[in-house]
Design a protein around this ligand. Structure first.
Ligand SMILES: [Zn+2]
Ligand SMILES: [Zn+2]
Length: 979
């Protein structure tokens, strides 16, 4: 049988199949455009058949270690809806997927695995360990992309990348070398956030702060006498939350005008426990009001102290090793863990009567975002990007230019301020990490002259003295350095498809670079820029707030910096607006649980998207997310809504089956309907049935409003419009009306049936296309079936999205009057049904009714008498026109536009008096019992004192309702005629 659909809608049965089909057929691949005229960049819709506007989204690359969570699914659903909608509108759409090598996260994971096998990363050695990580990645990495495939994300899988791919690694190296040559990369000693577990520097953004109950220890430092060496008997008291850092103190600072200490200017102190002589220094930075006004200075373990140390040329003494054990600088405490040392130091100070006091103190303690270890500010030698020149351009890109245009637009707009505030107060970016997994820094240290050689291709000799005694830097680059380059590197920068590219940074299992590249210091020559020219700048970035600084800001800085040097196709210099990595940034909201709580593993309220997809289907989950998504509003994810949208999908399925059955019946009597065309003459528009004109007009308006909503990222409005159109207009009214014209009897007018069925098919097919970006699976399944598996395109996703068509002026009048007429009919039918219900008329019984109405309502009703009678179950319907003078009697404003209507439904109910008496007597007994129980409880003082207010309120309400029911039942009993 053609138009075959199983009886029951089962999402799992159809979704796997289509997901697999989309990938296998490469339906969403976007080839490199061949000629320039094929693409015009910008936000406008295509203006002609030749001009296709590119719409490009770069997927925020998930960590290679990651699994899909609700936040991803939400982000991907929003992106996919926009991408599918744009594709169907005819844009040249490209959505690029990939994964991030995630330096710390991946290294930690494999480290744990190695430890569980009884060995360690250090025992394995760098090369073997990195090989293990590659192996892990081959076997388990990128699970999230597999999940995305199953969920039908319409990305171009042929362009999938990994941030450690050869071509992307070349981009990383080129960027590093170029910044170094431009004097924007330097190496220096600096206080960094050090994770003693990961044994690497981490960025400020990777430190999470928690409040902890701790202590503030007050320590007395003895003042030395004028002769030096001997104690004066006086003390200065300093306070600290980390007493172990005192081992590295090199001064105590006071405010120069602090009167308490004027007599101590120029004096020295003896550092307790260590015995080192340290100076008292004067600095305006010290707050006189805070504590004792004297501050211990540990330049190697505190960022503020480091700055003080720089100003006063103090030595920096690092007292801890990479694992936060006290090192040899710590004297007697050497070899102790920092917290063990803390206890000992406090005890020893107390014993020496140098502990002035201990106070409770709430500390804001920084933890490593990856492993939760307490971060130690620590002095170490790192690589930095001098960021100001890059930040200046990144600021200019977001601020309005002379014409008031912004090169990058943020939605919601509030994030623009957050971004600018961060960018304007930016610090140099520490880009080195003491890890093994990542892009190794392309710098070589010379053992002979001590200088550094930075090179595009691995050098064999020092560039300064020619010595062969060079060794490569052991640090790797911050993961965000490579992901910040993605907008240019995914399109082939810097070599744009050149073949003379050295192979660098590879898995050790892959052959190492061949000798011929050694010594080549020239960047590869560009050969193919078509992708870059077509798709850069990308159109939109859809991402979460959590990576605004990590990633979005870095992409803007690096994207502009490197793209600005790439001239336009015609050779002219590239403007700022054309250098930015994307024209718009849409920051999506968070998905919270049904009670608006943030999902977290510790709270146990995490919803696994894969699990609920198994139960309700991807389509229903996507629709749930879309129906609640609007800029700046968090989503309270509620399974009940997903159940509702599962029912919505089911209703669509059943409507399709209804349509298919009718197409079959039509086929049997020789009526052929071709999908996608209306078989009525447009010249006779005003003779078309009202419901057809109405549904076509509603479809047209819905198409208009949905596109408008998506343009504004109002996914919620768009989804709700589609839902309303189908449920309330298509099913509740149009189908109900049209059913009566689908007549397949021998005596039927075949032509009329065919015409009605053709319009029904046309509207339903259009609805499927309207729905497709939101529910891609069910729409695909039904669409193929509707075309008997020979659809005009390989996928509904490649069909054209229903677009608003402005009707001709005269036609518009016809459509408007059809909409007005339909409104009158809907109101009349609803009112008649309501009246029947009030009179308690049996659902199947026919009744007589009389309608008094003015113009134009009476005319419309008269014209549609037969359908009203069918839908409201009326036997005889009398219509009485009333005059304008009577209008005033009808105050109901809702009827004003259509003209007032008065309804009268004749109904005399036949009842079985003894049975009714029986029923009412039973009801009365039941109500009396309930009432007595409620009164008893409300009279109980003990209960009232203890019960929560809402329980008492509920009980009172229940009591009042029961009383009302009781009164009604008693009255009804009294009104019954005698037997
Ligand atoms: Zn860590
Ligand atoms: Zn040298």
């Amino acid at each position: 049988m053609p138009h075959d659909l199983p009886k029951a809608y089962d999402p799992t049965a159809i979704e796997d199949r289509w997901a697999e089909y989309w990938v296998r057929e490469n339906l969403f691949a976007q080839p490199t455009p061949e000629t320039k005229s094929e693409t015009s960049k910008g936000r406008e819709a295509p203006s002609g058949p030749d001009a296709q506007s590119a719409f490009t989204i770069l997927l925020p690359p998930p960590n290679v270690t990651g699994n899909l969570h609700m936040g991803h699914m939400f982000e991907h659903a929003e992106s996919d809806i926009l991408i599918r909608w744009r594709r169907m509108r005819g844009d040249r759409v490209l959505w690029i997927p990939g994964t991030d090598h995630a330096g710390i996260a991946t290294q930690m994971l494999v480290e744990r695995q190695v430890v569980s096998e009884g060995t360690t990363r250090q025992q394995l050695g760098r090369e073997a360990f990195v090989a293990r990580v590659w192996q892990w990645r081959e076997l388990y990495g990128g699970n999230i992309l597999k999940q995305m495939k199953r969920l039908g994300a319409s990305v171009d899988w042929q362009r999938e990348y990994f941030t450690m791919d050869d071509n992307l690694s070349i981009a990383v190296r080129e960027a590093f070398v170029r910044l170094y040559e431009q004097g924007l990369i330097y190496r220096g000693a600096y206080i960094v956030n050090w994770c003693p577990r990961c044994q690497t520097a981490i960025s400020d953004l990777e430190v999470v702060y928690d409040e902890h109950k701790g202590h503030l220890w007050e320590i007395r430092y003895p003042v030395l006498g004028p002769a030096g060496g001997s104690l004066s008997g006086e003390f200065i008291t300093v306070a600290t939350t980390r007493p172990e850092t005192m081992l590295g103190d090199t001064a105590v600072a006071i405010h120069p005008e602090d009167e308490r200490y004027l007599h101590l200017h120029g004096k020295k102190l003896r550092l307790p426990l260590i015995g080192r002589e340290i100076p008292i220094i004067l600095d305006d930075w010290v707050s006189r009001e805070f504590g004792t006004g004297a501050v211990k200075v540990t330049p190697a373990h505190d960022p503020n102290d480091f700055a003080l140390g720089q100003r006063h040329h103090l030595p920096s003494i690092n007292v801890m090793d990479e694992t936060a054990l006290i090192n040899n600088e710590g004297g007697a405490y050497a070899g102790l863990d920092r917290y063990v040392a803390r206890k000992r130091i406090v005890a020893d100070l107390e014993e020496q009567r140098l502990l002035a006091g201990v106070k409770d103190h709430i500390n804001n303690i920084g933890h490593c975002d990856r492993c939760r270890t307490v971060v130690e500010p620590r002095l170490s030698t790192q690589w930095f990007v001098k960021i100001k020149p890059l930040a200046e351009k990144a600021i200019a890109a977001v601020k309005p230019d002379a014409e008031g245009k912004k090169a990058i637009q943020f939605t919601p707009e509030q994030y623009e301020k957050t971004y600018l505030n961060w960018m304007e107060n930016i610090y140099d970016w520490c880009i080195s990490r003491q890890l093994w997994w990542g892009h190794r820094i392309p710098a070589w240290h010379c053992a002979t002259c001590g200088k550094i050689t930075v090179a595009r291709v691995d050098p064999t000799a020092c560039a300064h003295c020619g010595s062969a005694q060079i060794t490569q830097e052991t640090d790797v680059l911050d993961t965000w350095f490579s992901s910040g380059l993605l907008p240019v590197s995914v399109f082939g920068w810097p070599n744009f498809g050149a073949t003379n590219v050295p192979q660098i940074l590879r898995a050790p299992s892959i052959p190492l670079p061949s000798a011929e590249w050694v010594g080549d210091h020239e960047p590869p020559q560009p050969t193919n820029r078509a992708d870059f020219d077509a798709f850069y700048p990308t159109s939109l970035l859809v991402t979460g707030f959590d990576i605004l600084f990590f990633w979005v800001a870095r992409m803007i800085m690096l994207g502009i910096w490197f793209a600005q040097d790439i001239p336009e196709e015609d050779g002219s210099p590239r403007t700022l607006a054309e250098s930015v990595p994307f024209r718009e940034v849409y920051i999506h909201a968070l998905v919270r649980d049904a009670n608006r709580e943030k999902m977290s593993k510790t709270k146990g309220n995490v919803i696994d998207p894969i699990e609920i997809v198994k139960t309700y289907g991807t389509d229903a989950v996507r629709f749930t997310l879309a129906s609640m998504a609007s800029p700046g509003t968090d989503i309270a994810f509620n399974i009940a809504r997903t159940e509702g949208y599962r029912a919505f999908a089911n209703k669509i399925w059943n409507a399709a089956r209804f349509l298919f059955q009718n197409l079959e019946k039509a086929n049997e009597i020789g009526v052929r309907v071709s999908v996608g065309t209306i078989s009525r003459s447009a010249f006779l528009l005003n003779e078309w049935p009202t419901e057809e004109l109405w549904i076509l007009s509603r479809l047209n308006r819905t198409a208009h409003d949905v596109s408008l909503a998506l343009d504004r990222y109002r996914f919620d409005d768009a989804a709700n419009l589609i839902y309303q159109f189908f449920w309330s207009e298509f099913c509740d009214w149009y189908l109900e009306f049209v059913k009566f014209r689908l007549d397949f009897n021998e005596t039927a007018n075949k032509n009329a049936t065919g015409e009605a069925l053709a319009t029904l098919t046309y509207v339903f097919e259009s609805f499927l296309r309207l729905l497709s970006p939101f529910m891609p699976f069910i729409s695909e399944e039904i669409w193929h079936s509707l075309y008997d598996n020979e659809p005009p395109r390989k996928s509904i996703a490649l069909a054209v999205y229903p677009l608003y068509v402005q009707p001709a002026e005269f036609d518009q009048i016809t459509f408007n009057s059809a909409e007005a007429a339909m409104q009158i009919l809907q109101r009349t039918i609803i009112a008649l049904r309501a009246r029947r219900k009030e009179l308690d008329v049996d659902e199947k019984s026919l009744v007589n009714a009389k309608i008094t109405a003015g113009t134009p309502a009476a005319g419309v009703i008269k014209k549609h008498l037969s359908i009203i009678k069918k839908l409201a179950k009326i036997d005889d319907l009398e219509i009485v026109f009333f005059s304008e003078r009577e209008r005033g009697k009808f105050a109901d404003l809702a009827w004003q536009s259509a003209g007032p209507i008065d309804l009268f439904v004749e109904h005399e109910k036949q009842i079985d008096v003894p049975a009714e008496r029986d029923r009412l007597t039973k009801d009365i007994a039941k109500y009396e019992k309930g009432l007595a129980a409620a009164e008893r409880q409300l009279g109980n003082e003990g209960f009232l004192a203890k019960a929560p207010a809402h329980i008492v309120e509920g009980l009172k309400k229940q009591e009042a309702e029961t009383r009302l029911l009781l009164d009604k039942a008693r009255a009804a009993l009294e009104a019954l005629p005698p037997n």
